[in-house]
Design a protein around this ligand. Sequence first.
Ligand code: IPM
Ligand code: MG
Length: 360
Amino acid sequence: MARKILVLPGDYIGPEIMAEAVKVLQEVDQRFKLDLALEYGLLGGAALDATGVPLPDETLKLAKAADAILLGAVGGPKWDAVERHLRPERGLLAIRSELQLFGNLRPAILYPQLADASSLKPEVVAGLDILIVRELTGGIYFGEPRGVRILENGEREGFNTYVYRESEIRRIAHLAFDLARKRDRRVCSVDKANVLEVTVLWREVMEEVAAEYPDVELSHMYVDNAAMQLLRAPKQFDVLVTGNMFGDILSDAAAMLTGSIGMLPSASLDQAGRGMYEPCHGTAPDIAGQGKANPLATILSVAMMLRYTLACPEAADAIEQAVSVVLDQGLRTPDIYTPGQQLVDTTRMGDAVLAALRGR
Ligand code: IPM
Ligand code: MG
């Protein structure tokens, strides 16, 4: 039976980068006889405009029935004024939550060809290969109560709740330790246990789970220090596991180590390994419609989909290899451009990956 892939292009540059990723997906579908059936849906601002909500029931139904989801990016200034609960980002948070995609994998790998594009010295980032494992369906992004209330004196007060259950910490810990076993067997758990009780529990549960993985080394780091260490000596990390908010922030920082956030893919997995795949970057409204967006993060997200959900590592390797070939050829979208290279637009970059995949 055909496997269903739900494609959600999203907003601003979302459809542009998605068009390139879909070309690549269709190519590997044919080449590796994957028997994929692509369906399209609306999420975020596009959904809000068409249906009045950022996550329509129709999209959720398709998502639940799909084997995997490929997402562009959602949100942007067009919807800045809409009510909080209708914001495009809420659609993204809701689909993650509804599908219980608790495990967010954000690999920060430096392609050697891009060492000059990083804002850090080449020797600091050369050979960088770290994996950020971000808890994605809990923590302060979901905690209740939340809102903005008016105090007795008429002053407004905003509030959110930072909460983690033991079971939520345990399952993300297992994911991080299991992944570390396929890598350098080192997990660094990032928290703020010197201030926040919720992360005192986080640290305790990490220790408990670590006892089941004697072959993996666990260390702990406060988030402020982790931010500093990521910029000072990022290669000290192998797997970095952390909560939703810290992971959101640290993964953007880690992205820039690799030259551009336009290079970073991600996978969001549920307990059964089903997943949603999306670039780590946002919708880049300032460059939308200009052919300037880098499609490689989305294309590399397709590779992650092949590896983690569709169990076709050969196809994943082929895509990653093709991206490397294109970088060797010196093709660069503006975000990774350095003098002496060849500046190309979004479509040209996608076509070049396709050509490399086809071996010419
Ligand atoms: C990300 C994004 C989202 C998040 C936003 C768009 C809600 O920043 O995937 O990192 O915070 O998770
Ligand atoms: Mg983010």
